[in-house]
Design a protein. Sequence first.
Length: 130
Amino acid sequence: MKDLSIKKLYYSISEVSKITSIEQYVLRYWETEFDQLRPQKNRAGNRIYTNKDIQLILHIKTLLRDRKYTIEGAKKIMENFLTEKVLQTSQPDNESTIVEETIEVKRGKTALQKDLEEVKNLLELLVSKL
């Protein structure tokens, strides 16, 4: 990852491409695949990326290229990632509580899925021994 030594409010797609080492056409494609990645456009219609967008791109890059997730798998991970990121920002207590509860439900769902998978495996083992 390149150092963002010059802090700017907005970066062009060519600058983001150099910073992240991702080709411009890939960035454009990711915009169509990941709903969270929606850079603004200036009056001329050119994409302008914020530091938040760049961090999101780097996270997507890590999921797809380093951890070898599929795009669908990365989308699921990104849903959880963004929900947890929302929690880290300062919000009124009421909204924060709602977000915390949502995260807990998602974690509970994941734990329940794992438990169901274990039960399924045990049942399959029992059936195979009958």
